[in-house]
Ligand binder design. Structure first.
Ligand SMILES: C[S@@+](CC[C@H](N)C(=O)[O-])C[C@H]1O[C@@H](n2cnc3c(N)ncnc32)[C@H](O)[C@@H]1O
Length: 232
């Protein structure tokens, strides 16, 4: 039984991620990020056909499905039943026995079997407020083997507090017009209002405090951060 101070993870999951209509257009709206650089990065850190990878907030499987062609066991951890349906269909269509679809997310997924060699997560950690991000990172550290890799992509703000209005107005002004093909000004404004993207200068100490060494960081447009970290 969960302690009474644990939040309901599903309540923080973003209502659109539970909506089959939104999910049907999700890949078009998200774009199709090329997974090959992340897969190569994992290979570069020694992962192979016998390695275990957990993808938190796997969504429609844009990373988990191609990763399952390379690694021995890929667990796509997803809190949304509708996303899990898409993942299962894709795994079956591709005959990917290495891809497992698991219910549960950052706060609830229970890992079994060999510790993970890598954890991947893209555009999902911001669903949690900062206190719970730290809890999530602790749980991730708990399922990784020592020396295991954490690869995080997320919307993280790389600016100083007094740049807030300037940054947000510029970011939102560059948004797409068509909500079917990308995120619009209204989508980004909703993200800022209702989700929990944090500052880079807050996020990095969270990684360090939870037992990770940051080995590489890249930022795009001061809003999209990518981290490679090793569990100490
Ligand atoms: C914007 S989508 C990203 C999906 C995928 N990672 C991608 O890049 O295409 C965010 C995903 O995180 C999931 N999610 C939300 N809260 C979560 C949590 N607490 N733990 C794990 N996944 C969560 C949502 O259900 C959704 O599938």
């Amino acid at each position: 039984m969960e302690p009474d101070w644990m939040p309901d993870e599903l309540a923080h999951g973003g209502p659109e991620h539970f909506d089959a209509g939104f999910i049907a257009g999700f890949d078009r709206k998200q774009g199709h990020p090329d997974p090959s650089a992340d897969i190569a990065l994992l290979h570069g850190h020694g992962l192979s056909a016998s390695s275990v990878v957990v993808d938190f907030g796997a969504g429609t499987g844009q990373f988990a499905v191609p990763a399952a062609r390379h690694f021995g066991r890929v667990v796509a951890a997803e809190i949304s039943p509708a996303m899990r349906d898409v993942l299962r269909e894709r795994a079956t269509a591709e005959g990917l026995s290495s891809l497992e679809c698991a219910p549960g997310g950052f706060l609830t997924y229970e890992h079994t079997g060999a510790p993970a060699d890598a954890v991947f997560t893209r555009h999902a950690l911001h669903q949690l407020p900062d206190f719970w991000k730290v809890h999530a990172l602790r749980r991730i550290a708990g399922i990784l083997r020592p020396g295991g890799l954490l690869r995080v992509h997320d919307l993280i703000y790389d600016f100083q507090p007094d740049e807030t209005e300037h940054f947000l107005e510029n970011w939102l002004a560059g948004a797409a017009d068509d909500p079917a093909v990308a995120y619009t000004r209204a989508d980004l404004a909703e993200h800022v209002r209702t989700e929990h993207s944090t500052f880079r200068w807050l996020f990095e100490p969270m990684l360090t405090a939870t037992g990770f060494e940051i080995v590489d960081t890249e930022f795009r447009a001061s809003a999209y951060g990518s981290y490679t970290c090793v569990k100490r």
